[in-house]
Each structure stands twice: as structure tokens, then as C-alpha cells.
Design a protein around this ligand. Structure first.
Ligand code: ADE
Length: 232
């Protein structure tokens, strides 16, 4: 049976999944608790990585080395970068890219990690297609989009910063871990998908919207992850 690593940056993003798990054993490492067991009848390791790129990258490496996961799914919330992507909707990553990596001085485009052979980290297209199909069944009231998810160590809550990120990356939504997960998965050759539900518009309204809509957005992402597992 395939084993899936499921990462959420914050406890709120994984709490429901942890509650639904069976036959759980907990392993502590790097200040993270790895819940290994079954979820919806499938082998899974659910973990709160902590916020930001370094926490996310470390988390993937532990899932690879200690738990030998076959697939990695990142669940959580994000700020929308497109007018048609509304609060509550879901974005599935076609690929991920940093918006805060800048080595233009050496001729690299914004986003590219110097001396790496890729600008973006492609997510697994088969997993994405399955997720898009099942999302319409479990979350029929929302839209599901497939596009680029961008990350940086920044909570984006400013219109000008948002517009800069869109111009530099052509991203569809922005968050703080997905690309580090994509990069670590790429280096370890593990198929991955980032699933993000929109909690805000990453502009001047984000401070108000984020706390208001975070909970509902998380439920959409969690519903999808649970339904997706048996299809992997
Ligand atoms: N996660 C949810 N909303 C976000 C935003 N606006 N910026 C960064 N990460 C987020």
C-alpha cells in the first residue's frame, strides 16, 4: 500500500485529519509530531511543519528519510492572486515557484534558485487530475482551479506587493510553504501536490478576511485531501 505524507503548516490545517486517523503512532523530530497511521483506509503520515520555507523543507526531508513516503500532499490556505479565484475556492498546483528568490544580479530570473536546473517545481499531473475530479464531488459549492502556486516568507497583505508578485511569477495564489515542499520533493524525486483553499485576496483586505474565512477554507482543503487518499 502506498504511504502518503500530508503536511499542513499550522495545527488548524491538520487537526481534523489527525482526529480522523486510526492506529496512530507519534514520532517527534525537529519539533514536529509525525502522526503515522491510517486515514480513510490508507497509510498516511500527517504532520504540522510550522510556518515558512525552512520548516516545510525540513519536514519533507524527514518524511522522505524516516517514513519513506511515496507521495506528498500539502494542505492549507492561501491568498488569491486572480480576480476570478474567490475566497473558499481551491487551487491545485500545476507547479510551484518562489516569489522572494532574487539572484537577478547573476542573470537568473526572479524565483530561480541559482545553479538549480529549473525555475519552477512541477507537481504531479496525475494526482492533480484526480484531485480536480474528486474536488467537484466533495466540495460542489466552490470552484477548483489548476495553476501555479507561489511562495515566500511573507504574508502578503498589500496591493502593490501583490501586483509585483503577479508580474514576476504569474502565480495564481500565494502562501509560505508550497514551493519549499515542491523543491524538497523534486530533490528527493517524490511526486507531490499542493492543495490550497483561498482565505483572502492577498491585498489590503487580507488582515480582515484571513481570520474570518480561514476556518471554512481549511475545511474545503481537508475534505479534498481525505477523499483523494484512496485514489493515490
Ligand atoms: N496564507 C493565506 N493567505 C496568505 C497571504 N495573503 N500571504 C501569504 N500566505 C498566506
Amino acid at each position: 500500500m502506498k504511504r502518503t505524507g500530508i503536511i499542513g503548516a499550522m495545527e488548524e490545517e491538520v487537526a481534523i485529519l489527525k482526529e480522523k486517523m486510526e492506529h496512530v503512532t507519534v514520532t517527534r523530530k525537529a519539533d514536529m509530531e509525525f502522526y503515522q497511521g491510517t486515514l480513510n483506509g490508507c497509510e498516511a503520515v500527517v504532520v504540522r511543519s510550522g510556518i515558512g520555507k525552512v520548516n516545510a523543507g525540513i519536514c519533507v526531508q524527514i518524511l522522505a528519510d524516516v517514513f519513506q513516503v511515496d507521495t506528498i500532499i500539502n494542505t492549507g490556505v492561501a491568498g488569491s492572486l486572480k480576480t476570478e479565484i474567490n475566497i473558499g475556492d481551491i487551487v491545485l498546483s500545476t507547479d510551484t515557484m518562489y516569489h522572494d528568490m532574487d539572484a537577478r544580479e547573476f542573470g537568473y530570473p526572479i524565483g530561480q534558485v541559482p545553479r538549480m536546473d529549473t525555475l519552477t517545481f512541477p507537481a504531479d499531473p496525475e494526482i492533480r487530475k484526480k484531485a480536480a475530479r474528486i474536488c467537484k464531488e466533495v466540495n460542489p459549492e466552490i470552484q477548483v482551479f489548476e495553476g501555479r502556486i507561489v511562495s515566500g516568507d511573507q504574508f502578503v497583505a498589500d496591493k502593490e506587493q501583490k501586483n509585483r508578485i503577479i508580474e514576476n511569477t504569474q502565480g495564481w495564489c500565494t502562501e509560505m510553504e508550497g514551493t519549499a515542499i515542491g523543491q524538497a520533493a523534486y530533490l528527493n524525486k517524490i511526486p507531490y501536490l499542493v492543495i490550497r483553499a483561498i482565505s483572502d485576496k492577498a491585498d489590503d483586505s487580507a488582515h480582515v478576511d484571513y481570520p474570518t474565512f480561514e476556518k471554512q477554507a481549511i475545511i474545503h482543503s481537508v475534505n479534498l485531501v481525505e477523499a483523494l487518499l484512496p485514489l493515490l
